[in-house]
Ligand binder design. Sequence first.
Ligand code: NAD
Length: 487
Amino acid sequence: MGIDPRPRKLFIDGDWVEPALGRYFKTINPATEEVITEVAEAGAADVERAVKIARRAFDHGPWPRLAPSKRRGVLETMARLLAERVEDFALLETIDTGKPISQTRNRDLPFACEIFRYYAGWADKIYATALPPSPTGFGYTQREPVGVVAMITPWNSPLVLSLMKIAPALAAGNVVIHKPASWTPLTAFHFAQLASEAGLPEGVLNVITGPGHTVGRALVVHPGVDKISFTGETATGREIMRDGAETLKRVSFELGGKSPNIVFADAPDLDAAATFAARGFCVNQGQICWAGSRLFVEASIHDRLMEKLLVRVKEDWKIGDPLEPETQVGPLISRSHREQVQGYIDEGKKEGARLVLGGDRPDRKGYYLNPTVFDRATNQMRIAREEIFGPVLSVIPFSGFDEVIAQANDTCYGLAAGVWTTDLSKAHRAARLIKAGSVWINTYGALNIAAPFGGFKQSGFGREMGQEALQLFTEVKTVWVELGENP
Ligand code: NAD
């Protein structure tokens, strides 16, 4: 299927390196359950090597010292090469993740190119400030790269979520060690190769693979790593914070979510609300951090919206081979993950929510699961409290503004929210009251490269995308100059 079947070695110092212990693990195509290829499993010696190389590249290499306009040039070339290879990357991402090609080709890859173009533009526009002068002196600040940044990334949108970190980090002059998720490492290697071809100096972008609790953890505790930029589960974020405490590691976290999507009776367009509600839990098989997995529906429009929603799910979200352009729903990432999601479906039935769609899996090879809708759920049920990370929606009827805002906020997460209403002040009051990093009004899941994205509460801290992401990868230095006596 056009994928190079040779094992993937580690990518360190611009070169492919055999893992020290000679171990490899398999990466599986979740649609066929077949092995795609084998991938190097890094050990302690490989982590040491990667950190040593990255340190050298940061402390003595050209990248952090390059004129910002030159850095911009390299990033622009990376964006151009990526745009030329959209088909290769889309295919690789689809085979590795099960995400339909309609999404990788038409959404992920164009967005990935946009990310690199956007941060290429920022590379020579990272301004700092001149401080208000005192009578005898003056000061200024400058933004310097943080240093060696280890990026630990998840499997659900591997390329896009990695580039959201790599692009701003490189633009600001940092050096990167990337540890992608073991289920989906392929595009990370492919991208590192592209970066070399684009002229990124050796050792500036390194990729090492292996289990999170060994390789990931070794990066987190390593004193030679200045910062951990992590996207993944909230529970893993907690572990990383604990493990990073000893070296006071800088961290930024994009974690889990259980986002409320609230449809008021005065929503401008119930058809649109139904379309986006379906998309909010079906896209990428619901394996999205911002999934609108709690759909709050005002009681007076409940039946009408439910009818439309079920039609939309059945008509718009066709299960199939992810390589077929018309497929909208592919397999989940793995057998074990599907079992976990099925466990939640069983739990939802036991808790008394009304199963109105799905709950089972199609009769085909691959880790598929039918989109599943529970109606008449309550916000106290486990299916409404815990991140399922699968195509499972909990519909919760409500009857008043204060009540629904309280329920929307009654969660440990705070990543995103949707609000559907024609009442301008109600929309903005809701946006003000909901504790979430992004609030979408009369839409859901609108991501824009210029719009900062991240979590309140246990959904993380720090904001990726937009100008904000540059803060994550720079340190502020104050320089103060004493002029002597009052001139
Ligand atoms: P995960 O936490 O299991 O794994 C993420 C990465 O961390 C992997 O590379 C893994 O190998 C590594 N890891 C695991 N344990 C580690 C440890 N102790 N130390 C260091 N590294 C470790 O998450 P996942 O299952 O790959 O991804 C799904 C999760 O990611 C969901 O909770 C989802 O909401 C979240 N996510 C958040 C965002 C966001 O922007 N907020 C985006 C996408 C995914």
